[in-house]
Design a protein around this ligand. Sequence first.
Ligand code: HEM
Length: 152
Amino acid sequence: MIIAVAGFVHLLAVVVWVGGMFFAHMALRPSLALLEPPLRLPLMAATLGRFFGWVAAAVAAIVGSGWGLIAGTGGMAAAGLHVHLMTVLGLVMAAVFVFIRVVPYPRLVAAAARQDWPRAAAALATIRRLVALNLALGLVTIGVAVLGRGTT
Ligand code: HEM
């Protein structure tokens, strides 16, 4: 039962993080090009601020439940190759998220507060590239987790 709950929490948090990145990158970002920088950049700073709070909780839940699943099923030595790969990819994704949250995101907020639109746009462009990277890693990780399950 505890393993089932850990699996549920793991998947729920993956949905929040990867689904949120998919929406932000594929739907919200292209549509916001309709707005001028003084509207678009503060809106993105506020939207990302809210989303990153949820991502921080999702990352903690994914790592915690992931280690719980490993510990409850015989430890790392008994885990398949797909779990080893998922752990590495998940930790890289978490590091990319922490970098976004502590480097370009505060730059976006500070530049938007100063109404320095060129610097705010540059910080947002960095965030966009890193979110695209994490989205790609997230989709690959889901593939590794699900497709690898029957084969490793
Ligand atoms: C420290 C990071 C992570 C650890 C330790 C971890 C660990 C695990 C473990 C042990 C399982 C059960 C595997 C099995 O029953 O064969 C699992 C399932 C899964 N994980 Fe992770 N995981 C991590 C990160 C991630 C990330 C970042 C994603 C996606 C972006 C992800 C997606 C999944 C999915 C979709 C499943 C369900 C697979 C299935 O039931 O077919 N995991 N994870």
